[in-house]
Design a protein around this ligand. Structure first.
Ligand code: NAP
Length: 290
C-alpha cells in the first residue's frame, strides 16, 4: 500500500489528507496544532509527532502550509521531513510559496537525494475535500510521471508548466490577478453604493455581465450583503500571494502599477483583519475617509 505523509491540515490540507484516506493510502499526518488531525486519526490516519516522524518510510511527502517560512520549517527545519525521507522519495509542495523559495527547496531537497516538485493548487477548500483541485505543476517530465499516482486523489486536472518552479510562477500570476479583481470589485461596489444604486441589481448584473470572472461571481453578492461567513481564503494569504508575485514581477517586469495597487490594498486589509475573508476588502474600501 503506498505510504503518504501529509503535513499541514488547515482549510485546504485537511480535506486533501482525507482524500488519501478515501483512496486507500496509508497516511501519516502532522500539523502544528494537533486538534485539526483528530477526525483524520479517527478515520485511520497515523498521527506523527513531527514532520520527520511522519515522513519516515513514506513514498511521498505532501505539504500544504501557509508560506515560505512554514514550508522551510516543515521540510528542513528542526525535525523537518527531509531528515528522515528515504532516497528517491517524492517531496510534493502544494503550498503557495515564493518562486525563489521553490527553487531553494528544490536545490536543498535534491541534495538530500529526494525528488521535489512544486505543485500549488487552485480550488477552494470544498474542492480540496472532494478531490477536485487543479494542480499547477513544475517538474521534470519523468518526475511528474512518478508523482502522478500521488496527485490523482487530489485533483481533476494537472497542468504541467515546465521545470521545477514553473507551477509556482503561474500560481503567483493567477493569484495576483485575483487580488486585482477582488480589490477592483470592492471599489466598484462601494462606488455603486455611494451612487445609491439598487445593490441587488448591481450584484446580479456584475455576476452575469462582461466582468463576471469567477472571482467577481464569488464575491459580488457577498460584498453587497457584507456576508463573509464560511471564509475560505484569508486577507493574510491573499496578501502573501500578491507580495510573492510582485517580488517575482520585479525580476521580470519592473513597474506593474496595477498589481502594486492591489498589493497595497491587501496590505491594508491584512493590517486591519488578517483572518477575515479576502472579500471583506469591501469594508475597508467603503469606510468613510478622513
Ligand atoms: P490555513 O487554513 O491558514 O492553514 C495554514 C496551515 O499552515 C495550517 O496547517 C498551519 O498550522 C500551517 N502553518 C502555518 N505556519 C506554520 C509554521 N510556521 N510551521 C508549521 N505549520 C505552519 O490556510 P489554507 O487556506 O489551508 O492555505 C494553505 C496553503 O494553500 C497556503 O499556501 C495558501 O496560499 C494555499 N491555498 C489556499 C486556498 C484556499 O482557498 N484557502 C486555495 C489555494 C491555495 P496550524 O493549523 O497549526 O495553524
Amino acid at each position: 500500500m503506498p505510504r503518504v505523509a501529509f503535513i499541514g491540515l488547515g482549510r485546504m490540507g485537511h480535506g486533501m489528507a482525507g482524500r488519501y484516506l478515501d483512496a486507500g493510502f496509508e497516511v501519516a499526518v502532522w500539523n502544528r496544532s494537533k486538534a485539526k488531525a483528530d477526525d483524520l486519526i479517527a478515520r485511520g490516519a497515523h498521527w506523527a509527532a513531527s514532520p520527520k516522524e511522519a515522513a519516515l518510510g513514506a513514498d511521498a511527502v505532501v505539504t500544504m502550509v501557509a508560506d515560505d517560512d512554514a514550508s522551510r520549517a516543515v521540510w528542513i527545519g528542526k525535525d523537518g521531513a527531509a531528515a528522515s525521507m528515504k532516497p528517491g522519495a517524492l517531496a510534493i509542495e502544494c503550498s503557495t510559496v515564493s518562486h525563489a523559495h521553490a527553487l531553494d527547496m528544490a536545490r536543498e531537497l535534491r541534495s538530500c537525494g529526494l525528488i521535489y516538485i512544486d505543485c500549488p493548487v487552485t480550488g477552494l477548500p470544498s474542492a480540496a475535500a472532494e478531490g477536485k483541485l487543479t494542480l499547477l505543476v513544475g517538474a521534470d517530465a519523468a518526475d511528474l510521471e512518478k508523482a502522478r499516482p500521488y496527485l490523482a486523489p487530489l485533483c481533476t486536472t494537472v497542468r504541467h508548466f515546465g521545470a521545477v518552479g514553473s507551477g509556482t510562477v503561474f500560481k503567483l500570476i493567477n493569484n495576483l490577478m485575483g487580488a486585482v479583481q477582488i480589490a477592483s470589485l470592492a471599489e466598484g461596489v462601494a462606488i455603486a453604493e455611494r451612487a445609491g444604486l439598487d445593490m441587488n441589481l448591481v450584484a446580479e448584473a456584475l455576476s452575469t455581465g462582461a466582468v463576471a470572472s469567477p472571482q467577481v461571481i464569488r464575491h459580488s453578492k457577498r460584498m453587497v450583503a457584507r456576508d463573509f461567513s464560511g471564509a475560505s481564503f484569508t486577507a493574510a494569504l491573499r496578501h502573501k500571494d500578491a507580495a510573492y508575485a510582485v517580488r517575482l514581477a520585479e525580476e521580470l517586469l519592473p513597474g506593474v502599477p496595477v498589481s502594486r495597487a492591489a498589493l497595497a490594498a491587501y496590505e491594508t486589509a491584512k493590517a486591519s483583519a488578517p483572518d477575515d475573508d479576502e472579500g471583506a476588502m469591501i469594508k475597508i474600501v467603503s469606510r468613510p475617509k478622513g
